[in-house]
Write a protein that binds this ligand. Structure first.
Ligand SMILES: C[S@@+](CC[C@H](N)C(=O)[O-])C[C@H]1O[C@@H](n2cnc3c(N)ncnc32)[C@H](O)[C@@H]1O
Length: 409
């Protein structure tokens, strides 16, 4: 979720020949603090100069042509990538020079280090790119030359502005692009071929663009007399939709994120699935009958989210996963099943071991009934230039069917 608390940013600008201290509301999808050093830039600012300023921690308020501003952002991106490539090469040379350690220890340390380094680089890249700013007037209107109408996308991403309050806001071109991209997804939808339908994600809600796991939910045999199911962490509502389409009479879907609930509600309505109930909840619903089936596709990487938009992917200390496993049994009917959808990427990155996962199942009073596997086909798993290629290309996503340890068929 974006922060609701209002923050302001100040800068100096020449207005009618007079140096004026201006201020505007600060909007940041990553919840960055308002910048304290802001300079004005325009079409005449070179990409090298903009890159230098951004790396030095100076934010730039862009006053030129809208499309030139977007090109400036792309030029900064290319410079960051070139610098990162050079530092990757330097690091690789260093690794080659190091004395040999035990091969397996070295490999596992290297993989988790590479993961943390890659995240650090991504965070640094995001910071630098977020320093190119633009001003939007009341109603999210840009006065830049050739600026498109961005107001609908901004309202969807950042919320309606307060009625009657006449104030402009400052945000990064990067966040604006995020909002415009999300608006396109929301309009066009993500086609889920195996279901023959499209899902329409909202800004800030996990978009099921990698949806190979859908087939697992179609293939897994439903437990006998499956009348009531929960979908924990429903996001766009995709898993709840599959269950409803497979004939489960009552589905209760929960999520912590209110944006996800709005999004799922809209997707259910489009498909006229009125039998799915939605609840905002930390994990399990309240006042629902015991479930014959509980499905969950939790954030799959045990690491701290670095922005509110990452909560669907990163789960610090596996808090959600462990909380889900620990609580599931108490919501299950006698012969009930848990379907946990989980990628093993964390295992390949040495962030969690298989033994740890199996230990959590056992500690929660659950045992494995069967497991279905699939291999992700997304672009990154096939990109040999990605420093985590070895881990990504070995990734398997599984549907773990878990039952109570006392279950007997
Ligand atoms: C990987 S996404 C999966 C979304 C959806 N089920 C799917 O498969 O497309 C994880 C979802 O869990 C939600 N979530 C994270 N922690 C949660 C919690 N403690 N309780 C409920 N939902 C949570 C996130 O908001 C996100 O929508």
């Amino acid at each position: 979720m974006l922060p609701i608390e209002k923050k302001y940013v100040q800068w100096h600008e020449n207005e009618n020949g007079k140096d004026t201290l201006r201020h505007a509301r600060w909007l940041s999808a990553s919840d960055y603090t308002p910048p304290t050093r802001v300079v004005l830039v325009d079409d005449k600012t070179s990409a090298d100069e903009a890159y230098r300023l951004a790396c030095a921690g100076t934010s730039m308020l862009y006053r030129g042509d809208f499309y030139n501003g977007r090109q400036l952002l792309q030029a900064i991106t290319r410079r960051i990538e070139r610098t990162n490539e050079r530092s990757k090469l330097r690091k690789m040379k260093k690794v080659v020079k190091q004395p040999a350690k035990s091969k397996s220890i070295e490999k596992s340390q290297e993989t988790s280090n590479l993961f943390h380094q890659q995240r650090q680089l991504q965070a640094q890249r995001a910071r630098i790119l977020s320093r190119l700013l633009l001003e939007l007037d009341t109603g999210y209107v840009s006065k830049l030359r050739r600026a498109p109408d961005v107001s609908a996308a901004c309202i969807a991403a950042f919320g309606q502005l307060e009625k009657g309050v006449d104030e402009s806001c400052l945000l990064s071109f990067r966040d604006l692009q995020g909002a415009l991209g999300a608006a396109q997804w929301r309009e066009k939808g993500v086609a889920i071929e195996s279901l023959g339908l499209s899902i329409f994600p909202h800004y800030g809600v996990f978009a099921p663009t990698r949806h190979e796991y859908v087939q697992l939910l179609i293939d897994a045999p439903l437990p006998d007399a499956c009348n009531i199911a929960y979908d924990i962490g429903t996001g766009t509502g995709l898993l709840a939709i599959i269950l409803a389409q497979r004939g489960v009479k009552q589905v209760v879907a929960t999520d912590l994120n209110p944006r996800a609930l709005d999004c799922a509600r809209e997707n259910f309505a489009r498909l006229q699935l009125s039998s799915i109930q939605l609840q905002q909840a930390n994990l399990f619903p309240t006042d629902a009958p015991l479930a014959n089936l509980i499905v969950c596709n939790p954030p799959w990487l045990p690491a701290k989210p670095s922005s509110p938009l990452e909560y669907a992917v990163y789960d610090a200390n596996s808090t959600m996963l462990r909380g889900f496993l620990q609580g599931a049994k108490q919501y299950l009917s006698d012969q009930g099943e848990v379907w946990l959808i989980l990628s093993d990427l964390a295992e390949h990155l040495q962030l969690r071991s298989r033994e740890e996962l199996l230990g959590w199942f056992a500690d929660s009073g659950l045992k494995v009934k069967y497991r279905l596997d699939t291999q992700p086909k997304h672009g990154r798993s096939q990109d040999e230039n990605d420093s985590l290629y070895a881990a990504r290309s070995a990734e398997i996503t599984s549907l773990w069917c878990l039952v109570s340890s006392s279950y007997e068929p």
